[in-house]
Design a protein around this ligand. Sequence first.
Ligand code: UD1
Length: 427
Amino acid sequence: MDKLVIEGGKPLSGTIAIHGAKNAALPILAASVLACGTVTIDHVPKLLDIGVMLDLLRELGCRAWHEGETVVLDTAPAHTSHVPETLMRQMRSSIFLMGPLLARFGEVQVYQPGGCAIGERKIDLHLQGLEALGAEVIELGNRIICRAPRLIGNDIHLAFPSVGATENIMMAAVLAEGRTTITNAAREPEIQDLQRFLNKMGAKIMGAGTDTITIEGVRRLEPCRYEVIPDRIVTGTVMVAAAATRGQVTLQNTNPAHLTSLIHVLRRCGVQIAIDGDIMKVSSSARPKAIERIVTSPYPAFPTDLQSQLMVLLAVADGTSIMKETIFEGRFKHVEELTRMGADIRVDMNAAFIRGVPRLYGATVEATDLRAGAALVIAGLAAQGRTIVEQVHHIDRGYDRIEQMLSRLGARITRYSAVPDNRVVPG
Ligand code: UD1
């Protein structure tokens, strides 16, 4: 397993461009099977999760390859809608294939993606949505079979604005007969990106970005070329890293409008942020100020995917902050690791009480999930001394070679890859 070795205490400085959004690219790649032909998607990051999605699409018969940051996907040869269990287990987002495969083949077989490190993560809302469109859902242990010779539009109210359920229902409803209306829909920018992509293929969807999405079913979709939005969570991660190291960085290819809540919080911490179109300059020279209370909630509120990273900044802030996590019940695993680096954080149910300390100290820590791992990297950059972050494969799911990105900003960070005889070599 790879590890990252970080010599901390150096302010980040320089300019980098942000890669495309994983959480936009994954449903878009899945939605590509709704058309029959060659779909070209630009600005797709080279990440572990994207690799798993491409493997899944190949298993279904598609041809898929990366050309730099472009993915070319020929969906015409797809011949099965049975998603293999081994690949489903590798990535929860494989559930995105359910809606599009059902719409294209009239039947789909998937497996429960199961829980994960950050929480239970049920799929009941996905299944209820597909049932409302006329699908018969059969659960056989771990296996889920959905059948619908015809999908028929319906009014669907989500009990919770789930991102994945909203996307799955959109992807199934585009080829349904008649109109589907999703109320209490999730409003995340990735849903707007999926709407733009599907509409470019000929779908008739309105309202993404609001809590009501209307989909007029069409008979068929045509392949197209599409560019994915910038990754707001990677952008936010680097912004927090710049602030935590009291550095000065310029980020290109960002969408500041997608990060309003983080920008607001960072400014309250005393971080300077200048915005010019898709460029953001982030700088900080003083100790951050604590924030009394932050609550993670669905977009446009503060995102759960930036909770752990922001906690690192608050861990060295002047004063006490409270962070409440309302989306995933198991999302405080980084707290124990940060405590080993000298942070003073106490967790009570879904709230973390963060008493700022003057500095963190390097330690050997373990990435337990993707965003917790990113938080530990930020902590390592800000800490005094050497930090070793283990289980880097979690971080590779969502950041394209994080060590290279941060090295370009002057960070002293090296990847060491384990080789079969247990020797460790620079990656
Ligand atoms: C997506 C993002 C993830 C982000 C999350 C919340 C992708 C690939 N992943 O995940 O990075 O952290 O949104 O912003 O886009 N729930 C149910 N039943 C369901 C579906 C969800 O109870 O059928 C619950 C979940 O357990 C969780 C909450 O709803 O507590 C939010 O989940 P959801 O919005 O669906 O997140 P994902 O789409 O899985």
